[in-house]
Design a protein around this ligand. Structure first.
Ligand code: IPM
Ligand code: MN
Length: 384
């Protein structure tokens, strides 16, 4: 039997625990069915509840406690809801969300992968029927850029105050994220070819490729990092002549995400620009209820990667048992697939979970169902 794979489960706040318990239910079903060597430990932190009791979102050695795990499965952080409870324990967003950023940084999860594919049954927000072909992978640089949190406030609270917020872009992080984008483009093209779903993209010199990487900058205004991204993109692209290359300014990319999102394949963006683009991409592929996300460290297997849906704690519906666990379950499927690097049986389990969630979505579409009903319908597809 393979060495046991261990998952740290951090349900967090709001609908986090509700959708995570649906994920655990599916994991349990898969574990029994395939006798998977899989274990998980549930942590009460990071969370508002922990902060209320201990005056901190998580223990000082939280990262050290999480490090030995093979992956972290996170629900959501932030306002615990329900919003009609005026006495609920509230923290500023920057306090409640900081563990998320600390995990990304502490475990050098330098890739944030957010696939946006409009699957059958998902809500189609765009009227144009070509929206059915939306199938992109937005790769967000997750280690630096606008999120380095360097800077400060001078003469705070006075009318002479000056706030600085630094952006830092290194050649090292730029190169690795762009290269990762090209690798994913190749992988996607070969998977599509296997399934007879070949897509074509034109290069500037008139060739046709089966995949594309589009890099996003704002190089017309933010020249320094824009030029660095452009130069590194050009250099790395030489190693991938089979992949078409493309560049968009971030504002034009927003426009084209709405106008012709089906024209994109892999999109590589900086930390903040990727953050913004992926909320838009999530809506294009059915909304936050179905949008998965993961924070990966592809270079150091001793560091756990973290899997969380793109959505937040949804305090408006927290505690009602009506949160849609679909995004969490697609995220869990991606986690299993990722953990397949260690134990190949998990790859198959991830694929099986993905197919079950997609089949449920295709059958039920946007029908209003509560969390447990969706969970049970999906688990039923997994058993026996
Ligand atoms: C996300 C979120 C976070 C981010 C926030 C909560 C800090 O918006 O994961 O997309 O900006 O990265
Ligand atoms: Mn975001």
């Amino acid at each position: 039997m393979a060495q046991t794979t261990r998952i740290a489960v951090t349900p967090g706040d709001g609908i986090g625990p509700e959708v995570v318990s649906a994920a655990i239910h599916c994991l349990e079903t898969l574990r029994t069915k395939h006798q998977l060597a899989l274990e998980w430990t549930r942590f009460p932190w990071p969370s508002h509840a922990w902060h209320e009791e201990h005056a901190e979102s998580w223990p000082a050695d939280a990262l050290a406690q999480l490090k030995p795990y093979d992956a972290i499965l996170l629900g959501a952080l932030g306002d615990p809801g329900p919003i009609n409870d005026p006495k609920r324990y509230l923290l500023s967003d920057s306090v409640s969300l900081s563990p998320l950023l600390e995990m990304r940084k502490g475990f050098d999860q330098w890739v944030c992968e957010r696939p946006a594919r409009l699957l059958p049954g998902a809500r189609q927000y765009l009227k144009d029927d070509r929206a059915k072909d939306i199938d992109m992978l937005v790769i967000r640089e997750n280690s630096e850029g606008e999120y380095v949190s360097q800077g400060g406030r001078l003469r705070q609270g006075t009318t002479d105050e000056v706030a600085t917020q630094m952006e830092v872009f290194t050649h090292h992080a730029t190169e690795r994220i762009i290269r990762y984008g090209f690798e994913q483009a190749r992988k996607r093209a070969s998977e599509r070819a296997e399934h007879g779903r070949v897509r074509t993209f034109k290069t500037l010199d008139g060739r046709t490729c089966e995949s594309q990487v589009c890099v996003i900058t704002k190089r017309n205004a933010l020249k320094h990092w824009g030029d660095l991204y452009t130069e590194v993109f050009e250099e790395v692209s030489k190693d991938y002549p089979d992949v078409a290359t493309h560049h968009e300014l971030v504002d034009a990319a927003c426009m084209k995400f709405v106008q012709c999102p089906w024209a994109f394949d892999v999109v590589v963006a900086s930390n903040l620009q990727g953050d913004i683009l992926t909320d838009l991409a999530a809506v294009l592929s059915g909304g936050m209820g179905v949008a998965p996300s993961c924070n990966l460290n592809p270079t150091n297997p001793d560091m756990p990667s973290m899997f969380e849906p793109t959505h937040g704690s949804a305090p408006d519906i927290a505690g009602k048992g009506i949160a849609d666990p679909t995004a969490m379950l697609f995220t869990t499927a991606r986690m299993l697939e990722w953990l397949g690097q260690k134990d190949p049986k998990l790859t198959a389990a991830g694929k099986e979970l993905f197919d079950a969630v997609a089949a449920d979505l295709a059958e039920k579409g946007t029908e209003q169902r509560d969390t447990q009903e969706i969970r049970d319908a999906i688990c039923k597809r997994l058993t026996p």
